[in-house]
Design a protein around this ligand. Sequence first.
Ligand SMILES: NC(=O)C1=CN([C@@H]2O[C@H](COP(=O)(O)OP(=O)(O)OC[C@H]3O[C@@H](n4cnc5c(N)ncnc54)[C@H](O)[C@@H]3O)[C@@H](O)[C@H]2O)C=CC1
Ligand SMILES: CCCCCC(=O)/C=C/C=C\C/C=C\C/C=C\CCCC(=O)O
Length: 260
Amino acid sequence: MALSGKSAVVTGAAMGIGKAMSEILLQNGAKVVLLDMNEAAGKSLQEALSKQYGQDRTLFLICNVESEEQMKAAFQKTVETFGGIDILCNNAGMLNESEWEKTVSVNLLGVIRGTYVALQHMNKLTGGRGGVIVNTASLAGLGPLPSCPVYTATKHAVVGFTRAMAGASAASGYGIRFNALCPGFVQTDLLSNILARLGPFSHLEALTQTFMDKGVINTSDVAKCLLELVTDETKNGEALIVKSDLKMYMPFPTEPKTPK
Ligand SMILES: NC(=O)C1=CN([C@@H]2O[C@H](COP(=O)(O)OP(=O)(O)OC[C@H]3O[C@@H](n4cnc5c(N)ncnc54)[C@H](O)[C@@H]3O)[C@@H](O)[C@H]2O)C=CC1
Ligand SMILES: CCCCCC(=O)/C=C/C=C\C/C=C\C/C=C\CCCC(=O)O
């Protein structure tokens, strides 16, 4: 899929991985709508990106992925401005094991909400152009991070949702591919104040640090993998692992295991 002239929406775009995703999409010719609830950071990034890539290539909209109303309004505005939506990156996420209900709401419900609102505009069966949706999961979506059980649960759910949507889309003819990104530790604000974020599992901070000592990657490493999932039209229902020493597609079993 060539990105020139395509229209992309990125949630949690103001900082960290979402910012790097927005930049690589712009570098490859897409127009990008930056959604974030952090107005100051979002506006400032949009101003910088519009200077670098052109006034008519970016738009920033305040949007909390927990709000159905704000999501619907943001996607509607995207269609009015750029004529449609070809790419969605459901990237916004948080880590706070004390605020576990909010963590589920942002990390899982936000991804489902973004997907369903985008489907209304992207689904070929309802007049959309098709395209690709990439959900930011985590390596913790494929295996347990013991200090973050709720975060781990949300990311496993994102991987499952992504794979099931990929199957549903292929079987139904939506014309949309669905893939998940599964990075290990990435140098962003999410890795700050870890003790507070772990809440009831703060006693496992040292264990978490031993995982992190194996390597922390940069946001640009994740963005390159996003680009691969967006542009490679053979990829659907994939979970792409990216960590310091490895980039690979998760080899899932093709058939569910049945008891003998
Ligand atoms: N940093 C890491 O080590 C890893 C992060 N991830 C995932 O990558 C995604 C991005 O995380 P980072 O860039 O690291 O975090 P970050 O904290 O640097 O950036 C997150 C961005 O999302 C926005 N955001 C948070 N909640 C939001 C909401 N309810 N609505 C709209 N925007 C919201 C924030 O304002 C911020 O701009 C998350 O889904 C995270 O779980 C996955 C693997 C590793
Ligand atoms: C302080 C916590 C930060 C959380 C950010 C994040 O998402 C980082 C996750 C990094 C690693 C997850 C750790 C363990 C996952 C365990 C096994 C994965 C197995 C994958 C496989 O190859 O089967």
